[in-house]
Design a protein around this ligand. Structure first.
Ligand SMILES: Cc1cc2nc3c(=O)[nH]c(=O)nc-3n(C[C@H](O)[C@H](O)[C@H](O)COP(=O)(O)OP(=O)(O)OC[C@H]3O[C@@H](n4cnc5c(N)ncnc54)[C@H](O)[C@@H]3O)c2cc1C
Length: 419
């Protein structure tokens, strides 16, 4: 018997809503299941810097106009390092950008889009509790909702249910965890001066990190990401430790004239998790497949991208045209080839160590040379693969920049004002 749906997607956040919209536009019948009942629900624990790698997906969704009308900020970041500020684009070249937009703006927008796309049934207040299995593997899910349990059958079940993915656990998909030697706290401020327009600032203080990120509605998110050694200080006096940390940053943003409009929230234990992104009749996208270190602000972009890759690989197969196992293999390969190298480097840096020699080479050169700053920007945007970022040509160029700097030192472009 033909199942009622082609795809059941568990989780209606960034990854799930994106996949539901793109599947339905390609003709698939989609059940989009979300445990939270409120259509305006959003993820609170996120600083929502959406890397440029996510921009083409937002564009395919047709959301750019609506995002910009809602005040989403085109992001461009400057990075403080011990060699001075890295300022990609300071030479006037226009660079790819993503958006800084609060999740309370973004998540309901994505959910409205999915719910309004013909072919998507959005089931709010339904929690996935069990998988249904048959000969070909997973054949659907059982949800618990306002009207009791419900069976939803489909050719493909997609876990878009975040880092603690119930779907992955129920399917027994293996997970690999890597420790995180830093913790993070952040708060939102309104009315913080923006002397350089909408620039995001990052501080790499080795091993501690911090960000100031302007967003929609004149809100700036300030995140501090110290090494675990400083946890006791934050546990003793969170507001005091947070403000002292911010005040100690070079060219620190001044919090005194600004209104703090959120609590200081964060996470003190956030291991990185990678899972096999496919099983029989089952796929994972977004954080369910790969949860990275919040320090690099990649999760939202990768949630958008992995949703798009899955739909591109499987939209025909879920409608009975072609082999689903082969389509899932294509998705698995793409996911691995695009994200594995990045996650490997990110996991290594999550140990809260100072920069290693290669990082010192690349970051110092980027502070001294506009071309290297652009190279760094494209890598941080996750538009460049690791092998291209660290190619012999790129490393030789970085070495040449540093040699030139040693012979003819230039004063650094360090802003003297607060950022
Ligand atoms: C402190 C912090 C800061 C971060 N900052 C950034 C940043 O600046 N930039 C960035 O790109 N990323 C950031 N991230 C990561 C980012 O938040 C995630 O990568 C992103 O939300 C992943 O989206 P997702 O759709 O995969 O999962 P989620 O957004 O986690 O959504 C999962 C959805 O599944 C639903 N769900 C869960 N279980 C069930 C179930 N059993 N049944 C039905 N529904 C279910 C949930 O209710 C939720 O709606 C940050 C993360 C943290 C912790």
């Amino acid at each position: 018997m033909k199942p009622r749906y082609d795809v059941v997607i568990c989780g209606a956040s960034i990854a799930g809503c994106t996949a539901a919209t793109l599947y339905a536009r390609r003709g698939a019948r989609v059940a989009l299941v979300e445990r939270r009942a409120d259509p305006a629900a959003y993820k609170v624990l996120c600083t929502h810097f959406i890397q440029p790698c996510g921009q083409p997906v937002l564009s395919e969704l047709g959301l750019i106009g609506e995002l910009e009308a809602a005040g989403a900020v085109r992001n461009a970041a400057h990075y403080w390092t011990r060699w001075g500020w890295i300022r990609p684009g300071a030479d006037g070249r226009s660079l790819p950008y993503g958006y800084n937009v609060r999740r309370e703006t973004l998540d309901p927008m994505l959910r409205r889009l999915a719910a309004g796309t013909p072919g998507v049934d959005l089931l709010l207040g339904h929690t996935v509790q069990r998988l249904l299995t048959g000969e070909g593997g997973t054949t659907g899910v059982v949800t618990e909702g306002p009207d009791g349990p419900r069976e939803l059958r489909a050719r493909l079940v997609v876990g878009a249910d975040g880092r603690d993915s119930t779907v992955a656990k129920l399917a027994g998909l293996p997970a690999k965890e890597a420790g995180n030697g830093r913790f993070s706290y952040f708060a939102q401020f309104r009315g913080l001066p923006r002397p350089d327009g909408d620039t995001t600032y990052a501080w790499f203080r080795e091993p501690d990190v911090a960000y100031a990120m302007p967003n929609d509605d004149d809100v700036t998110v300030i995140a501090v990401i110290p090494s675990a050694e400083r946890l006791a200080e934050f546990r003793d006096d969170l507001p005091g430790a947070y403000r002292r940390f911010v005040a100690s940053l070079p060219n620190a943003p001044s919090l005194y004239g600004a209104e703090q409009v959120s609590k200081i929230i964060g996470t003190v234990h956030y291991p990185l998790v990678s899972r096999a992104p496919v099983g029989d009749g089952l796929a994972l996208i977004g954080d369910a497949a790969l949860t990275s270190d919040p320090l690099w602000g990649v999760g939202c972009g990768w949630a958008l991208q992995s949703a798009q890759w899955l739909v591109e690989a499987t939209a025909e197969a879920v409608q009975g045209l072609g082999s689903l196992p082969r389509a899932l293999t294509r998705y698995r390969r793409k996911h691995r080839s695009r994200l594995h190298g990045h996650q490997h480097l990110i996991s290594d840096y999550a140990g809260a160590r100072p920069f290693n020699p290669i990082e010192r080479l690349m970051f110092s050169a980027a502070a001294r040379d506009a071309g290297m700053a652009e190279h760094m920007h494209l890598f941080g945007s996750r538009l460049t693969r690791v092998r291209d970022f660290l190619s012999p040509v790129a490393m030789a160029r970085a070495a040449a920049v540093n040699l030139r700097h040693k012979r003819h030192p230039r004063p650094e472009l360090v802003p003297t004002h607060r950022v």
